[in-house]
Structures are given as structure tokens and as C-alpha cells.
Design a binder for this molecule. Structure first.
Ligand code: ARG
Length: 462
């Protein structure tokens, strides 16, 4: 391997073979090709406008970069490991195509501001796609919530039946979580949207560049204010990985519920065949593989967040080569979240509740015990703590008789509290229970239908 043609001037020795393994990043940073060309086009146009570059050279550079874009997109571009990274691969090819003018593109620029710019553009593009996927998943959930606003299922705490809720309400809980995910990505997008280009290696440049111009061309809100900060930080990557970890965590929880719900023991939902697999030895099996993998993806996504945080920790200003480690795991993590969201969208779209099983399960476990206690408070003006005690005794009695609460005879209830009347049965069914939960944010079908509709309106307009 010859000494590098891009910066080899003062080198007499070729890089050690291990440098090919530790230093070369073209295998993964080639994903930045479109953003790298986009940045170079903006930079060279600005250099022409400010008179730093001749119009003639500017035209050559522009047409050369466009040729390279086509070569890459039609798989004709030959990447060279000797050229280390995407920036030098593109610049070297530009020189082959247009000759010496190519060497002027790097005026008033360094790979340090270049890579920060490219990566911000890449992440911004990714966010723009991801928030659409999140919104799509929310819309599917909201539409299902509307359709199943009154389907009763058990609500759990500690995975023990707690109180009846509606399936629609459960789905809308995820719509809320995903909305916060959405806004975290939008916040991160806004904060990262300052252009590092023109910060050069670290100190800025003596050329009369126009950083507002390149910022504007590239869709940034403004240029970064401090050149050292601009080339040295990767907090914009960490923010997105952190938001991605939280979204992946939400998806993981939902996936776990789908896994539980689709067991023979629960049988709460039918999952489309397309997202399950069979077993090579047990013909009866229908495994929820997609849900399990969604449940798992958080591992590599949150892992990337931790890994990059450790890479950045303790680095002195400004750029150090450590920071090249920011990309590979970020690409993997972001791609993993995109796949996770796509799988969730596919699974949820065709997932249907087995309403009878949900309702049966909602009835078990004395799930309307709280309703009995609330009735005693309301109808008999008994303090809640005492009502709680009465209800506990009633539950023990029902358990002894092997019946559910609504099936306890009135005499049995009156033996515990003589003032209880027939009217109590109006609150002991699971339907009555959910219908009574009309407090703001509660599970009453009327609430759920209303919330679902306002989500549908909001998401369709987004
Ligand atoms: N491939 C490098 C990276 O991703 C580009 C920046 C190189 N800068 C430098 N001063 N060596 O970080």
C-alpha cells in the first residue's frame, strides 16, 4: 500500500497492515455518500459565489460530483480501502474525472467539519423517515382502538388481573408513548439542525466564506456558533440513539404483550401467519418470531447508545479519531429501529382480538372488587378503607364458594354488610365496570372512542 495520495506528502512509510483493519471505515461510512456529495455541492457553490473558486472550476466540480452520485447509485463506483473513508474516496474519484480543479474543493474545509455535516444530514434524513413510521403505527393503533373501544379485557398490575379495561384503551396507551417518542425525535432534529460546515479543522478559516449560505442550502436553521464545538461533539448522535432506545423499549414492551397474548394459555389475539413461523419438529407450533425479535432489538439499539457514550467520555477537544467509532453502531441501531417499527406496523395492522377470551379473563380474578368497594362508598357512605375491608371479605367468600363476585348471592353479601342491596349487581359486571370509568383519561368506551377519534384526526393531518 503506497502512502496515502490525499495527505501523504510528509510520509515516507506506508501504513502498517493493521491500519487497514483499525483505521479504514469505507465499508460502513459509504452510507454517507449522498450526504457527502450534497455537502460538497453546497460548499463549492458557496466558494464560487464568494469568489474563492472560479465559476469554471465550480462547474467542473458540480458535474463531476453528479457523475459520482450516478456511479455510486448504479453500483459502478469502485471503492478503495487505501482511501480510508467516503470523503477521500469521492474526492479521489473527482480528481480522476475532472483533474486539478478537484483539489480546490477542499479549500476552507476539513474532513472534520465535513464528516460532522454529513452525519447530521444523514441523521436528519433518518429522523424524517422514522417519525413518519411512528405516526403510521400510531394511526393504525388509534383506528383499532376506535373499532374495539368497548372490547373488555383484563387490565393488569404485576401481570395479575387488576381491573377490567378496554382493548381500545390499552392500544391508546401505546399511542401516547409513541407520541412522546415522536416529539423526542423532533426535538433532537431541531437541536441538531445547525450547520458545522465552514468550521474547517477546528479553528475556522481565513477564507471569506459564507456559512449562512451553505447552512441555508443544506436546510439547516443556522450555522454552528463555535468551530471547536462544531467538530468535537457528537451529542446529536447520542440524543437520537437515546430517543431510539426509548422507542425500542416501548416497542419491546408491546411485543412482549403480543407474545403473551398469542400463547395458547391466553389466546387474546390472532396474529397474522405472515409474522409467525412453524417449528421443524413440533407441527402444532406457531411462534411469534417477529414479536420476539422486536422485543430483542432494544439490545443493540441501547447498546449503541452506551457504546458511543463511552467513546465520547473523556475525549479532549476537539476532534480525535475515536470519533470515527460513532458511525458503524449508529447505522446499525437506526436501521434496527426502522425494521422494528416496520414489523410493529405489519403485525398490529392485522392483529385481531379474540373478544370472548379477553372478556372471560377480565371476569376472573375478582376484577370488579374495586367496583364493589366504590359502590359501598357511594351508596352507603362507608369510608373507602372500611369498604375495602368489606370487599376483601366478599372476595374471600366468593373464593371459598368457587364463584366470581357477580355470582355471589345477595344473602352472602348481606351477611358481610347488611345494608348492601340488589343494586350492587349493577356495578359488578365487567361491562358496568368499564362503563363507569368516565374520569378524564379513564377506560370508559365513550372516552376511548372520543380519544381515538381525536388521535385519528390529528395523525391524518400530520
Ligand atoms: N473518517 C473520519 C471520521 O469519520 C473523517 C474525519 C477524519 N478527520 C481527521 N482529522 N482524521 O471521523
Amino acid at each position: 500500500m503506497a502512502s496515502n495520495s490525499m495527505w501523504g506528502g510528509r510520509f515516507s512509510e506506508s501504513p502498517d497492515a493493521v491500519m487497514d483493519l483499525i483505521n479504514v471505515c469505507i465499508d460502513y461510512d459509504k452510507r454517507l455518500y449522498a450526504q457527502d456529495i450534497q455537502g460538497s455541492l453546497a460548499h463549492s457553490a458557496m466558494l464560487v459565489e464568494t469568489g474563492i473558486l472560479s465559476a469554471q472550476d465550480g462547474e467542473k466540480i458540480t458535474s463531476g460530483l453528479n457523475t459520482i452520485l450516478q456511479e455510486i447509485e448504479s453500483d459502478q463506483f469502485v471503492y478503495s480501502r487505501d482511501l480510508e473513508d467516503i470523503h477521500m474516496n469521492i474526492e479521489a474519484r473527482l480528481r480522476e474525472l475532472i483533474g486539478d480543479a478537484a483539489g480546490r474543493l477542499h479549500t476552507a474545509r476539513s474532513r472534520n467539519d465535513q464528516v460532522a455535516t454529513d452525519f447530521k444530514l444523514y441523521i436528519r434524513d433518518w429522523i424524517d423517515g422514522a417519525v413518519q413510521e411512528i405516526s403510521q403505527l400510531q394511526l393504525i393503533l388509534a383506528e383499532k382502538a376506535k373499532a374495539y373501544n368497548d372490547v373488555v379485557m383484563p387490565g393488569f398490575t404485576h401481570l395479575q388481573t387488576a381491573q377490567p379495561v378496554t382493548f381500545g384503551h390499552h392500544l391508546l396507551a401505546y399511542v401516547e408513548m409513541l407520541e412522546r417518542d415522536y416529539s423526542r425525535f423532533m426535538d433532537a432534529r431541531n437541536r441538531l439542525n445547525q450547520s458545522p460546515l465552514g468550521s474547517a479543522a477546528l479553528a475556522g478559516t481565513s477564507f471569506p466564506i459564507d456559512r449562512d449560505k451553505t447552512a441555508q442550502t443544506l436546510g439547516f436553521n443556522e450555522p454552528t456558533r463555535n468551530s471547536l464545538d462544531a467538530v468535537a461533539d457528537r451529542d446529536f448522535v447520542l440524543e437520537v440513539l437515546s430517543a431510539a432506545s426509548i422507542t425500542a423499549m416501548h416497542c419491546s414492551r408491546f411485543a412482549e404483550e403480543i407474545v403473551i397474548w398469542s400463547t395458547a394459555q391466553f389466546n387474546f389475539v390472532n396474529l397474522p401467519d405472515r409474522f409467525t413461523t412453524g417449528s421443524s419438529i413440533m407441527p402444532q407450533k406457531r411462534n411469534p418470531d417477529a414479536a420476539e425479535l422486536v422485543r430483542a432489538k432494544i439490545g443493540r439499539i441501547a447498546g449503541a447508545f452506551q457504546a458511543l457514550l463511552m467513546v465520547m467520555k473523556g475525549l479532549p477537544l476537539t476532534y480525535s479519531k475515536d470519533m470515527q467509532e460513532d458511525k458503524e453502531m449508529t447505522f446499525d441501531a437506526l436501521q434496527s429501529l426502522s425494521i422494528t417499527l416496520a414489523a410493529m406496523i405489519g403485525m398490529v395492522k392485522d392483529m385481531t382480538p379474540v373478544e370472548g377470551n379477553m372478556r372471560e379473563a377480565a371476569k376472573s380474578g375478582f376484577s370488579t372488587a374495586t367496583d364493589l368497594a366504590d359502590w359501598c362508598v357511594r351508596a352507603l357512605n362507608i369510608p373507602f378503607r372500611d369498604a375495602h375491608h368489606i370487599t376483601g371479605t366478599a372476595v374471600a367468600e366468593a373464593e371459598k364458594r368457587g364463584v366470581d363476585l357477580p355470582d355471589l348471592p345477595l344473602e352472602a353479601l348481606q351477611a358481610i354488610e347488611p345494608r348492601i342491596t340488589e343494586d350492587v349487581y349493577s356495578v359488578l359486571s365487567v361491562e358496568a365496570s368499564v362503563q363507569s370509568r368516565t374520569s378524564y383519561g379513564g377506560t370508559a368506551p365513550s372516552n376511548v372512542a372520543q380519544q381515538a377519534e381525536s388521535w385519528i384526526d390529528l395523525l391524518k393531518a400530520r
